[in-house]
Design a protein around this ligand. Structure first.
Ligand SMILES: C[S@@+](CC[C@H](N)C(=O)[O-])C[C@H]1O[C@@H](n2cnc3c(N)ncnc32)[C@H](O)[C@@H]1O
Length: 250
């Protein structure tokens, strides 16, 4: 089972969940130094992105901007948006007044012209959406022909394992809602996520006009084994998120 943050199942109304404004500071602090973000998701995403110098990149669901900052440091021209005004405010504090940051909802119309970006990166955000169709169509619209969409989401097999090890029913093949308490820097936060199997992800990508060029199940950064020995000791191979590199087809 992946060492996910402490969670507990709670059959709450998903409509009241994902209020990142109410736990923005706590989430951002957790993300800054955690195994899952700082030593796993972010380095893996940066490695998949490769040499980004001079590329126009959209950070979709940018949170408080740690990936935006790392891409900008590597010479990319970055824009970011997030649904949470609180997270965008933290990103502005990190990145400065001149940073191209907006509050916008992935799933609705995005405030960018057609063909604006070489790459879009959607780190740990698509799994908040039940229907990926409208979001993927918008992300494709703002990409240049041949542009790339890089995605990370909860790994569906890791989620199924987590449920089974907790003694809960788990249907890998279902697209299903999971509403749970997470703990970020000591603060409880209710998250509502949509789990779906690999074939449903692949189907959504191809239906939206993307070609899958890479599927990745990376290892954490080398420093992680020393920094998080207890969390990693029991796992010869680590599994928490699933990564894709997609290219606009045709
Ligand atoms: C797990 S955090 C990841 C933040 C950032 N991408 C990172 O990896 O550091 C998820 C982020 O997605 C944002 N988010 C959730 N649903 C969204 C939506 N429909 N549109 C835009 N952002 C959304 C949240 O506000 C939050 O900042």
């Amino acid at each position: 089972m992946p060492p996910v943050p402490e969670t507990s199942a709670r059959p709450e109304d998903p409509a009241v969940a994902n209020d990142y404004d109410s736990f923005a500071e706590a989430y951002s602090a957790e993300n800054e130094a955690s195994l899952l973000n700082a030593y796993y998701e972010r380095p893996a995403m940066l490695a998949l992105a490769g040499d980004v110098a001079g590329r126009r990149i959209l950070d979709a669901g940018c949170g408080s901007g740690p990936l935006f900052a790392a891409l900008r440091d590597r010479g990319a021209i970055v824009a970011g948006f997030d649904k949470s005004a609180g997270m965008v405010e933290l990103a502005r504090r990190r990145l400065g007044d001149g940073a191209d940051l907006q509050v916008a909802d992935l799933g609705g119309p995005l405030p960018f012209p057609d063909g604006r970006f070489d790459d879009v990166i959607a780190s740990l955000v698509l799994h908040y959406l039940e229907d990926w169709g409208p979001a993927l169509a918008e992300l494709r619209r703002v990409l240049k022909p041949g542009g790339r969409l890089l995605v990370s989401v909860e790994h569906p097999f890791a989620i199924t394992l987590m449920h089974r090890e907790a003694g809960r029913e788990a249907d890998y093949f279902a697209t299903s809602n999971r509403t749970e308490d997470y703990t970020f820097s000591g603060q409880t936060a209710l998250l509502s996520l949509w789990d779906r199997p690999l074939h449903a992800m692949a189907g959504a990508f191809t239906a939206a006009g993307f070609r899958i060029t890479v599927i990745s199940e990376p290892e954490p950064a080398p420093a992680a084994r020393k920094l998080f020995p207890d969390q990693l000791a029991a796992t010869p191979r680590f599994l928490a998120f699933l990564f894709f590199v997609l290219q606009c087809a045709g």
